[in-house]
Design a protein. Structure first.
Length: 184
């Protein structure tokens, strides 16, 4: 498959769309190695990933459901239960973290961009391997240090759910690029 075809095929596949097939550790290593090849200004390599598997997924579901309940102004029992069960539908969950360069040699937005590019590399590799992925950024993402230890200068930017699926991705047709480009 060409890189352009792969880019066009990449989709957000939610945990509800995953099947029960588990991703093996070797494949997770391949995904993370792809992430590690992201471009990075001044070679800061700010991406960090924390892998949530096994019984930790149950604890993670309890954590995100509790955080939702604590942080929402419009509580829904349905959403609470959905969050409680969501992690168990994924084969693996990656907490997407950024380790800020202690010398602050580049602006923070460049570090965030580098982490995003690492995730895109991982996501494209997952797509090539018929693995679905979904990046979630709940409002309580800045409270992940209550679930897992974060180093000084490290923060969590999102939750990435991974799982095999049965090719049930939605088709996407973006608007014309011509409406998004202006010659000057």
């Amino acid at each position: 498959m060409s890189i352009q075809d792969l880019i066009k095929k990449r989709r957000s596949i939610t945990p509800e769309q995953f099947n029960t097939k588990k991703i093996d550790d070797k494949t997770i290593d391949i995904l993370l190695e792809s992430a590690n090849w992201a471009p990075t200004h001044k070679k800061t390599e700010p991406w960090r990933f924390k892998i949530v598997t096994g019984n930790s997924k149950i604890k993670f579901g309890e954590f995100i459901a509790k955080k939702y309940k604590q942080n929402t102004t419009k509580f829904s029992e349905y959403k609470f239960k959905k969050l409680l069960e969501k992690p168990n539908k994924a084969s693996h969950i990656l907490l997407i973290c950024m380790q800020r360069d202690q010398n602050e040699s580049v602006p923070e937005w460049e570090e965030v961009a580098a982490v995003s590019m690492a995730v895109q590399n991982l996501w494209l590799t997952a797509t090539d391997l018929n693995i679905g992925g979904y990046w979630s950024s709940p409002s309580f993402i800045n409270q992940m240090n209550e679930f897992t230890e974060l180093n000084l200068g490290e923060k969590c930017l999102g939750i990435f759910y991974l799982g095999y699926h049965d090719n049930n991705a939605n088709e996407r047709i973006p608007g014309s690029i011509k409406n998004k480009v202006k010659s000057i």
